[in-house]
Design a protein around this ligand. Structure first.
Ligand code: NAD
Length: 492
């Protein structure tokens, strides 16, 4: 291991480069400017991979993986532990990039670095975790099932929380003896890719085990199609995830898909409005609503509806939106003009169809005001689709049965929040709603490295991240092994 440097990222080393087999080299895909959404400034110029780079990376990853998997487990664990410490040591610098490149506010970027370090510490326990079972056998032999690394894992991550959504697959996959090819979103390559590679370089990870292939859908597709990449861990939209899943199926490999959401937040009649609005504000607007678990639909008992909309709107109006790198703000910019224009078109459509605009609905540059829509048409796009911006819909309900059917009336199933004075009634209600995650008396946005995370229906293929069981299931194969003292005599 080299001695940790004071500064993690040196633009002179990574400008215009990708990371292949332990080297920073020019990629076949050219270069791309990383733009700060708050100002439009160029923050860095990153390298882009071409499909031929994916082939080179997969070849060298396959070679490196075999030696890595054969190392004594304490050596693999030590790399993961050092990586966790290095995230903490370089937190300030990484937060700085996350704030500028993604537009996150500093406390949220700080939380992301904290979870990222925790993911490494949790993963450090995986190399020494029991990895098999002795099986009953009717024959005189030792029969056992052993978990073995899959080989090369492809990780495809989105722009919105690039650290957590990359490391939650990178760390356990490496810990369990695999090599990883990482493809972050092209808009957030520094935060989602370069920091990750630099941390593991400093942690002493041998060359070839974590390679960086920034690029768009073509590079993701090349990773899915490469026969050496045996498992894909994809986090992103349902649209892209469907295409990854289809291609993975054609190539007979596993794809763990963590996709979009339109999560419901139910406020029962026995709830206090003030604390419910406090929870909702976090669940709605953290990271400008650009979180897969963000609340999309508030389903509020009719007895509380007017008071709830008024208080939520007042809260939204009081929030400060601006450049998170230079001022104390609650919300930063959305990622780009395409996202902003889509959000705004859907808000306008909902208002034209009769929704009440209780707060927001306006923007300046990429700064979209926190928005509350009261009682939109149930067929409005903004109500039915994932917004991925700081806009929420609030609708009333009369009975628990109606709340359950409204909450379930979506193709998604990621997270659910229920606020109630009767926690057991909340749990009963939750059991009627298809979802991967439930929080009673909390909002929908929660993440812990120890908890299984994932969605059902079009939100994904279930919990593949978080905790030893999910990680072992996701990033190993099961091999059945038998062992006899003597070969048996067969009757043929
Ligand atoms: P996106 O699907 O456009 O992109 C995600 C990643 O996939 C990027 O790296 C992108 O380059 C790549 N990609 C796009 N098309 C691809 C293809 N055909 N084949 C292979 N790779 C492809 O998503 P986005 O808009 O950047 O991110 C927001 C979405 O991600 C939202 O829908 C959000 O809910 C979802 N998300 C889900 C989770 C979760 O854990 N369930 C977490 C965060 C974000």
């Amino acid at each position: 291991m080299t001695a940790p440097q004071d500064k993690l990222l040196d633009p002179a080393a990574f400008t215009g480069r990708i990371h292949l087999d332990g080297q920073w080299v020019e990629g076949a895909g050219g270069t791309l400017d990383s733009i700060e959404p708050a100002t439009g400034e160029v923050l860095a110029t990153v390298g882009l991979a071409g499909p031929a780079d994916v082939t080179r990376a997969a070849e060298s990853a396959e070679r490196a993986q075999q030696e890595w998997a054969a190392l004594p487990h304490p050596q693999r664990a030590a790399v993961l532990r050092r990586a966790g410490q290095l995230w903490e040591q370089h937190a300030e610098e990484v937060i700085g990039w996350n704030v500028r490149e993604v537009g996150s506010i500093p406390p949220f970027a700080g939380f992301a670095v904290h979870v990222t370090a925790e993911e490494c510490f949790e993963a450090a326990a995986l190399p020494s975790h029991p990895l098999g079972q002795v099986l009953a056998s009717a024959e005189p032999r030792l029969s056992y099932a052993q978990r073995v690394p899959v080989g090369v894992v492809g990780v495809i991550s989105p722009f919105n929380v690039p650290l957590i959504l990359g490391i939650r697959a990178v760390a356990p996959a490496l810990a369990l003896g695999n090599a990883v090819l990482l493809k972050p979103d092209p808009r957030t390559v520094v935060t989602g890719g370069i920091t990750m590679v630099r941390i593991f370089e400093e942690a002493g990870l041998p060359a070839g085990l974590l390679q960086l292939l920034p690029g768009g859908a073509d590079i993701g597709t090349a990773m899915v199609e490469d026969p050496r990449v045996r498992v894909i861990a994809f986090t992103g939209s349902t649209r892209a995830g469907r295409s990854v899943g289809e291609s993975a199926g054609r190539h007979l490999k596993r794809a763990h898909l963590e996709l979009g959401g339109n999560s419901a937040f139910i406020v029962r009649p026995d709830a206090d409005v003030e604390p419910a609005v406090n929870l909702a504000t976090w669940g709605n607007y953290l990271n400008q609503g650009q979180i897969c678990m963000s609340i999309g639909r508030h389903i509020v008992h009719e007895s509380l509806f007017d008071e709830y909309v008024t208080k939520l709107a007042a809260k939204a109006e009081s929030m400060v939106v601006g450049n998170p790198a230079t001022g104390q703000v609650h919300l930063g910019p959305v990622i780009d003009a395409t996202q902003r224009d889509r959000i705004h078109a859907w808000v306008q459509e909902a208002v034209e169809q009769g929704a009440g605009l209780a707060a927001g609905g306006t923007y300046e540059d990429l700064f979209y005001r926190p928005t509350v829509l009261a009682n939109p048409d149930r067929d409005a796009t903004i109500f039915r689709e994932e917004v991925f911006g700081p806009v929420v819909s609030v609708i009333p309900y009369a009975t628990d049965s109606e709340a359950a059917s409204l909450a379930a009336d979506t193709p998604y199933g990621l997270s659910l929040g229920i606020v109630t004075a009767d926690a057991l009634a909340g749990l009963e209600l939750a059991q009627r709603i298809p979802t991967g995650i439930v929080h009673i008396n909390d909002q929908t946005v929660n993440d812990e490295a120890t908890a299984p995370f994932g969605g059902v229906r079009t939100s994904g293929t279930g919990s593949r991240h978080g905790g030893a069981e999910a990680s072992i299931e996701a990033f190993t194969e099961t091999r059945w092994i038998t062992l006899r003292r003597e070969p048996p005599q067969y009757p043929l």
